[in-house]
Design a protein. Structure first.
Length: 145
């Protein structure tokens, strides 16, 4: 028999942290997207992959495409969830609460400019992004033949 001084305590289970979970989902999804993106970048074209029954690890080309697509959707869903959970801190980071003015204007404009330049370079197939297109074409059509 236990005396009143010998009370047994059990560790209290801490609650499930949704924000932490989302961070891990995003990080692991990004890792899988990176790996599957690299594999798809060097994978042979669909015709060659089908004819040679190309596979890497346990997946054929269609499997890698499906893996990449599923984790891209998961990543976007996790990103939306991250924005929902962290809307106030994100808003406060971008908009000054005291003056209600936009912070980080130069940074936002610089990021938009970089993205716009990349979109134009890709759309017009200009250097240096055309080198990536050429490298991918090399792997898809010549390397695997």
């Amino acid at each position: 028999m236990m005396s009143p001084a010998q009370v047994v305590t059990f560790p209290v289970a801490r609650p499930f942290h949704k924000r932490g979970w989302v961070v891990f989902v995003l990080g692991l999804s990004a890792t899988i997207l990176l790996i599957s993106g690299i594999v798809l970048f060097i994978a042979p074209s669909g015709r060659i992959a089908s004819a040679t029954h190309w596979a890497l690890l346990w997946l054929d080309k269609d499997g890698w495409v499906n893996l990449h697509n599923v984790f891209a959707i998961l990543f976007v869903a996790g990103l939306i969830w991250h924005f929902v959970f962290n809307w106030k801190p994100l808003r406060n980071y971008v908009i000054n609460r005291a003056t209600h003015h936009l912070n980080l204007k130069r940074e936002m404009l610089a990021a938009a400019a970089v993205l716009l330049v990349l979109v134009v370079l890709v759309a017009q197939d200009l250097p240096p992004v055309d080198a990536l297109t050429d490298l991918s074409a090399y792997f898809r059509h010549r390397f695997w033949n």
